[in-house]
Every structure is written in C-alpha cells, then in structure tokens.
Ligand binder design. Structure first.
Ligand SMILES: NC(=O)c1ccc[n+]([C@@H]2O[C@H](COP(=O)([O-])OP(=O)(O)OC[C@H]3O[C@@H](n4cnc5c(N)ncnc54)[C@H](O)[C@@H]3O)[C@@H](O)[C@H]2O)c1
Length: 448
C-alpha cells in the first residue's frame, strides 16, 4: 500500500471500513421499535464471514434460533464455503466480504465475523459502517487501535454487538461473577490467570513457499496484512494464531476467555501498565511462553490497586505453591492446579476458577457451608439474535469487549519489549514511556 493511501487518522480508518460499500446500503424494509432490522417474515437474516473452523460452529449455534435465517456465506476457501452451503443451501455465497456487503444491502440484517483475528476489524467495520449489527469472534481485534475504533463505531451507530466469547454466558462463569461481587472473598488484590496452550512460534522465517491451493484465494486471505508467499501448514487454517501479523498468541487467543470473568466480576477498566517477560522478539511469531504482569486501578471490588499476572505455555503454575501465595491465603502449596484457570486472591479468601468449571473457595474448611448462588446459563448466540430483534441486550457488547481486548493486546504489544513496563494512557491510546511501542498499536492496511 503506498504511504499516501495509508489511513493516518482515526477518521480515515473508520472510513476505510465503509469505502464504496457503505454507500450501497439503504434503509431496509422493516424496522422494529428498538431500531433493529428484520425480514418481512420477522426473521433476522445473517451474513457470515468465515464459515470453516469456528465459523462453522458459529453457524451451527446461531441457526438453532427459530427466528434466524442464514442469508449469505462468505469464505476465501472454496472447500469450506461448499461445506457450509450444503448445510444452508438457500444462502448466497461470496469469496470477498466487501462484495457480499455491497451486493446484499438490505437483504441482510446482521453480520457474523469468524475469520482469523487480523480480518475481524476490517470485516466488522465494513459491516457496521453499513449499519449492520455484528457478532464478532474473539479477541475482538488484532490491534489495540482497532478495538477502540470498533467500540466507538458501534456506539456512534447504536448497533447491537456481541463478541464471540460464548462461555461468558455459561452458568459457572456467571456464578463466579456473582460470588466475587457478593464479597465472598472480600476485596480482591491479585488475580493470577493462565493457559498451558502454546499459540506461539519461536522459529525463524519460513523457507518453503509454494502457490496456494487453487481452492484458496490467498490475496483475500491476507486481506489488509502485508503480502507474502504462501507456505503450507503455517497460516491457513488455524496456525496463523502463532504469528504476529495475524494472531495474538496464547494471551489473545485463550486469555480473552480466561480474563473475561475476573475482568467482568471486578469491573476493571484500563490497566496502568503492562510488562511481559519472554524471549527476545523475532518479528515473526509470538513467544511460545510468556509471563505478563498488569496493574489495574482500584474498583469497588478490589483493594487500592489490583495486580494481575498471566502465565502461558510451559510457564504455567503447576501447583498453588508455584504462585507464591502467602500461607494465610489458605491454599495448600501442593494443591494441583488445572491447566487453564484464573485465581482471585481476596482479603477473606481465595477463589480458584478452572476454565469453564465450578469455582473452589479457600480455605476449604472456612467455606464448607457456603451456599452458591443459583445461576442459569444463557445462550450467547440467541442473546445476540434476540437483541437484534429488540427483545434483550447482549452481555458482551463491543462497549465491554473493546476495553477488555485493549488490555489484553497491550500485553501482546509488551512481548515485543521484554522486561519493560509499558505505561499506558488509555484516554490518549498511548504508551507514555516507550515511543516505539506506539507504532505497534496499529499497522498500515494493505490495499487488496
Ligand atoms: N469462541 C471460541 O471458543 C473460539 C474457538 C476457536 C476459534 N475462535 C476464533 O474464531 C476465529 C477463527 O478461528 P479458526 O480457528 O476457526 O480459524 P481457521 O483458520 O480454522 O478458520 C477461519 C475461517 O475463515 C476463513 N477466512 C479466512 N480469511 C477470510 C476472509 N478474509 N474472508 C472470509 N473468510 C475467511 C477461512 O477460510 C476459514 O474457513 C478466530 O478469531 C478465533 O480466535 C473462537
């Protein structure tokens, strides 16, 4: 992309999403009182960007809603598109989301984005510029700047939005939020969170390149990312997660699920700083193992400040002793920890929350008679559909998902400056002490 055509301001970025396609949208035929758009039959008609992998799962889950009609499918991989079309034979198909949005106009009411992370914002911004509610997979975006822009555009247009963290609506996570907010362990001073997955790559450049399979449109897959030759097994499908130009490493990928409950329960905002301990940057992959520390300002559920520590890959704690908790926390040092979890340290006790499982309170004797709140599970997908139909509100709108993703991505940026505390001014969207870090908050979009 020539420098002259790169977006240089937020306004230009927002316009990028719309481009020529935004103008193609006109007011749909039917509008409910809450401002959502539906077909004349009262059904919400969805267009799906990315229909293989998680996109296939999103399609399956959302279409269990009785008032949902899958109107359009878009995928850059013809084999994946064909497989989805078999299940939704009435849908129109596209390879390029920009063409889909321009062509469908008022024949579609909402857009679901399930592509690799680097395409979330370009596709979702285009849909929102066109006035469409968006269900977007997690993490909300690939870059900090995009998370801010997505949140602001959704708010400006008053659109229904939902980030695809379906476990946010599980009974166990909802219950954990209630327990923390009820004060069962008192005010919280520390959160530890971890995932033993490894979505990093410590190796060098990829020597083997070849033509992409005929079924894959490589230019569209790259989208706004810088051009490069195709290498089998490295990018598509799924492996892009490990690479800095496309994914967000383990912290972005799993951290968004595992950060979600503490972030929601403690009503956190923007961190004061983030610091990552990891190998030196290679410019290619995210580190295969990280420890990321944050400090968040006080909220009504925390002590004066909140320390947050993330661990991934081989660096996850195996037993409670590895977390260095004080003896008064009441967790036996030899207590074996699950592979993915968060742990809250409060003034009155500790809560261990394994990933999508029931929490355990410590000291166990003290909480032996504790009665857990009854909480029902929600359906994250149906909630989005119902919100578009004006019947409810979503629980992970971009107003929530944006700041959560910004916080996570600041930690991802910090892995390019190991052992350096990045001081964060969220209002200015700026790292205040390391000028070079600001260059990584947003990359130039390639014209494709
Ligand atoms: N919420 C969850 O539990 C969960 C689980 C897995 C993945 N995810 C998220 O889902 C997204 C996809 O992950 P995945 O594992 O399915 O990846 P994947 O690479 O397996 O699948 C991505 C799909 O999108 C298609 N695609 C790629 N670029 C496209 C474009 N520009 N336009 C249209 N289609 C395009 C691919 O061909 C493929 O079908 C990621 O954001 C990931 O973080 C969420």
């Amino acid at each position: 992309m020539p420098a002259a055509s790169r977006p240089t301001s937020r306004r230009q970025f927002l316009q990028l999403g719309a481009g020529a396609v935004g103008a193609a949208f006109i007011a749909p035929a039917v509008r409910t009182v809450r401002g959502s758009y539906v077909s004349a039959a009262g059904k919400l008609r969805t267009a799906h960007v990315g229909v293989g992998g998680m996109g296939g799962s999103d399609l399956k889950s959302i279409s269990t809603h009785p008032l949902l009609e899958v109107a359009a499918l878009c995928d850059v991989d013809a084999t994946r598109l064909e497989a989805a079309l078999k299940l939704h034979p009435g849908a129109q198909t596209f390879r390029d989301y920009r063409e889909m949005i321009a062509a469908l106009g008022d024949k579609v009411d909402a857009v679901v984005v399930s592509t690799p992370d680097h395409t979330h914002a370009p596709a979702a911004m285009a849909a929102m510029q066109a006035g469409k509610p968006v269900y977007c997979q997690k993490p909300l975006t690939h870059e900090v700047f995009e998370a801010r822009a997505m949140r602001e555009l959704a708010q400006q247009k008053g659109l229904v939005t939902q980030m695809g963290i379906q476990v946010h609506s599980s009974a166990v996570y909802r219950r954990a939020v209630r327990m923390i907010q009820s004060g069962v362990i008192g005010k919280v001073s520390e959160v530890h969170a971890w995932s033993n997955k490894n979505w990093g790559y410590d190796g060098g450049p990829f020597a083997k390149t070849e033509a992409a399979p005929a079924t894959l449109n490589w230019n569209l897959w790259l989208g706004t990312a810088a051009e490069r030759p195709y290498t089998p097994g490295v990018y598509h499908p799924g492996q892009w997660r490990k690479l800095i130009d496309f994914g967000t490493g383990t912290l972005g990928d799993m951290g968004v699920h595992i950060f979600d409950t503490p972030y929601a329960a403690l009503e956190l905002t923007a961190p004061k700083w983030a610091k990552t301990t990891c190998r030196t940057p290679t410019g290619i992959g995210h580190p295969e193992k990280n420890v990321v520390e944050y400090e968040f300002p006080q909220t009504k559920y925390t002590t004066e400040s909140l320390k947050w520590k993330w661990y991934d890959g081989d660096l996850v704690p195996k037993t409670a002793g590895d977390l260095g908790l004080s003896a008064k926390a009441g967790v036996p040092a030899e207590f074996a920890l699950p592979g993915q979890a968060s742990l809250f340290v409060g003034e009155e006790g500790v809560m261990l929350l394994p990933h999508v499982a029931e929490p355990t309170l410590f000291p166990e004797k003290k909480f032996a008679d504790y009665k857990r709140p009854d909480v029902e599970a929600g359906n994250h997908y149906h909630e989005f559909v119902d919100a578009c139909l004006g019947k409810t509100k979503t629980s992970a709108p971009f107003a929530y998902a944006g700041p959560l993703t910004e916080a996570l991505l600041l930690g991802v940026v910090a892995n390019r400056f190991p052992d350096t505390k990045l001081d964060w001014d969220a209002a200015a969207l700026k790292v205040t002490n390391v000028a070079d870090a600001n260059k990584l908050l947003r990359s130039a979009y390639r014209k494709f």
